[in-house]
Design a protein around this ligand. Structure first.
Ligand SMILES: C[S@@+](CC[C@H](N)C(=O)[O-])C[C@H]1O[C@@H](n2cnc3c(N)ncnc32)[C@H](O)[C@@H]1O
Length: 264
């Protein structure tokens, strides 16, 4: 039996088929990219691997449910995902501070997050929950608003929302974790494991509601779990590495601090 608000230890590829059809509202899938030397990341054909995940996601998502698949820019190249899920967006998570510097090519400084839905219309897309500041656009708008081509053009009646704008599909406003990040659990999980909570939070806020079930099949050290707990979503995680599960459990339920009161 798979319990909620828990990370189950095991191979996702074996655990996913145990989930009932149309049972999950949102999937956050930050699994293998097929590019690092980590044992778990050694995938000979990442596109085939992702296609199998996409097929399984299509089965377990509720109608209108969303799946976010992380990877490199070629992670879904030349595979036909269209019979299974709708690709709504390829989000670029821009990371200008990558250490590796290319000599014969341009340095890769982004990850891709493929946003899929089951069916054309998402059950939830809470834009107001993820709006970002639109200062530049407002200033630009003010400068332009009396220009006749703008005033009488197709966007003449566009209202600018005080809450901010749609974040678009290039995200440069969420920084990678560094050695100095307060939320980093350990140096060992920097770069290839732990993701920033802000990044996962945007996905969870946009594509789920309170009480929804959010699945993370490659749960790592529990970033999706931490976000779900804060946002009152139900979380279900799979992870092969028991040490990461222990770190996640401590993150979610930190041991009680012992206080020693000293009196002068
Ligand atoms: C990029 S990390 C995910 C990190 C997570 N988003 C976080 O912030 O902690 C990918 C994780 O997938 C796990 N993993 C890889 N292959 C797996 C499999 N077949 N089944 C379950 N977990 C797997 C790895 O151990 C690793 O922790």
């Amino acid at each position: 039996m798979l319990t909620l608000n828990h990370i189950h230890q095991g191979d996702s590829l074996k655990l996913l088929p145990a989930l009932p059809e149309s049972s999950v509202d949102l999937i956050v899938c930050d699994g293998p990219y097929g590019v690092t030397a980590n044992e778990w990341d050694k995938i000979s054909n990442i596109q085939e691997f992702n296609l199998n995940l996409i097929k399984e996601f299509s089965r377990i998502l509720k109608p209108g449910g969303a799946a976010y698949l992380f990877g490199k820019d070629d992670c879904i190249d030349f595979i036909d995902y269209r019979p299974h899920l709708e690709l709504k967006s390829r989000i670029i998570w821009y990371q200008p501070s990558r250490l590796a510097q290319g000599r014969l090519n341009y340095t890769n400084n982004y990850d891709v997050i493929c946003y899929f839905t089951k069916g054309l219309r998402p059950a939830t897309f809470d834009l107001d929950a993820i709006r970002v500041a639109q200062l530049v656009e407002l200033e630009h708008r003010k400068r332009c608003e009396n220009v006749p081509s703008v005033k009488n053009g197709p966007f003449g009646k566009t209202k600018f929302n005080e809450l901010g704008k749609n974040p678009g599909n290039v995200w440069g406003d969420i920084k990678q974790l560094t050695y100095k990040s307060k939320e980093l659990l350990s140096r060992d999980v920097l770069n290839t494991i732990q993701k920033p909570e802000k990044l996962i939070e945007r996905l969870v806020k946009a594509s789920s509601k309170e009480g929804d079930i959010v699945l993370d099949p490659f749960a790592g050290v529990g970033t999706t779990w931490a976000v779900c707990k804060n946002l009152n979503r139900n979380f279900l995680g799979f992870e092969i590495n028991h040490q990461f599960i222990e770190m996640a459990e401590t993150r979610i339920n930190p041991p009680a601090q012992e206080f020693c009161l000293k009196f002068a």
